[in-house]
Ligand binder design. Sequence first.
Ligand code: PMP
Length: 382
Amino acid sequence: MIGPLDSWLRDKASARADSGLRRRTVAIRENSVDLASNDYLGLSRDPRVVGAAAEALHRYGAGSRASRLVTGTLNVHADLEQALCELTGQPAALVFSSGYAANTGLLTALGDADTLIISDQHVHASLIDGARLSRSPVVIAEHNNVEHVAQLLKERAQTRAVVVVESIYSVLGDHAPLKELAAACELHGALLVVDEAHGIGVAGLGRGLVYQEGLARHPHVVLTVTLSKSLGAQGGAVLGSELLRDHLVNVARPFIFDTALAPASAAAAAEACRIILREPDLAERLHENGRVIAEALGIKHAIAAVQSVPIESPELALRTAEALRDRGILVGCFRPPSVPDGVSRLRLTARANVELQELMDALREVQDVLADLGARPTGVAA
Ligand code: PMP
């Protein structure tokens, strides 16, 4: 029997299918060439990282058994917070169970009716949701437009303001003008929140773009990270002053009401931080592979793991990604609403642990499929 919900859901599903916007969860083939994942430095399978996770798993168990403020805070969480501070040069860190939770936790803890949130047009959904949940008034700034941000800051009616950006943008692969944004925030008495999800492990020889730009202890700058990309694990964190950390411990609901990060993930991420600090050449290798990808596809090289290939329609982007998957090559495919400017994109990620020959062979296949489907990259990737 078909209930009212089924027919409503079927209508929704066929509308999505008609416009090329249907999403599916498809398990990947183990032996695929990975040009899509966020494991930018290959640390998720590094024996040292896996070993640290296994040791914590056996020592503490599969789960952390409670939220942090009850009995869930373990030595591995404190150790991870210290390792994150050493990597990023920040004074204090607070770990959350995902980057999504870190972003929503931070913005809900900072926002209120008298705090204007100015959010770059291309920030990640977790920052958008955090801003919405905070009940702050929110305005969208044009992408990477410092003058627009400064104007919004200057003309605001609210006492406080928070500017929200990503250091390196997750789909475009371009980076924010952090120094100029920090200066505008300083001038107008605002806070700059920088999501370093795609910057940690990648920019600043792995220490992030905030560190590279000399903003690590800037009083107007706070950052968030995910542990699930370059750090090869799972989880998230907010980094800033001790005072900010204490505030979050007391008011950030995604911290207070969430079970603490699993010990294996915490130990894995801490080990990854230490490896990145010791081995800056990992980030260098990633950038070399990024240059190879950009050259092969005739796109503007981004100083990022993310190399973005705009495609003229969502259908064509999807068909290209699916044809490549059938050939054992994984690339990311981003379509509206994940891309606010409506431009669908293939996203190829440069990773440190892909051999040059394997990468070149895979890129030849990408070129073939693009040519077969007549899917030429449109314009210049941002
Ligand atoms: N911020 C950005 C920019 C991201 O790309 C992501 C992950 N897609 C997140 C936050 C969320 O991190 P997590 O996957 O750890 O929840």
